[in-house]
Unconditional design. Sequence first.
Length: 198
Amino acid sequence: MGDTMDGTKRQRRGNTRQRIQDVALELFAEQGYEKTSLREIAERLDVTKAALYYHFKTKEEILVSIFEDLSRPIEDLIEWGRQQPRTLATKQELVRRYSEALAEASPLFRFMQENQATVKELRIGEMFRSRMLGMRDILMDPDAELIDQVRCVSAMFTLHAGMFVLNDIEADPEEKRRAVLEVATDLVTRAHEGTHPS
């Protein structure tokens, strides 16, 4: 009985944590990170500031937790990529999975795009940079020509840009995602073939 009760409490706490993250991200997107206070987050949630403090002491803690949760699939993907052979098929699969992970985390990446100065100052800027370097190191062969290194880095930026720059282009969102993925995959393929000619 005690286990069930503890599990229920944990689940409720998990749901509250998720609600705080969702509401905070909404407010950060609406009015910017700097202009959002913990009090406003608590008010939108209809909880006391003390209840909010139970889960998070600062706005940065909330933001870091959102980043960690939404980017966990990317971290897992990097770990998977490091254990695979450096074949073209691995690199193409990595790009495909990365595209899916970015789509899942799009609210966070939209926030990061719109709040670049804030992100640079906070821990998540360095965390994001570290993940990008991890992806780059898997996609790019160490002995690749400069142009092929640029292609690999450009493939990642193509996937990122596809989430924001193409927002105002009239097309089905899934169709846009597929087009962006095709361009990124083509860049990685050309880079790999440049380093490993048949």
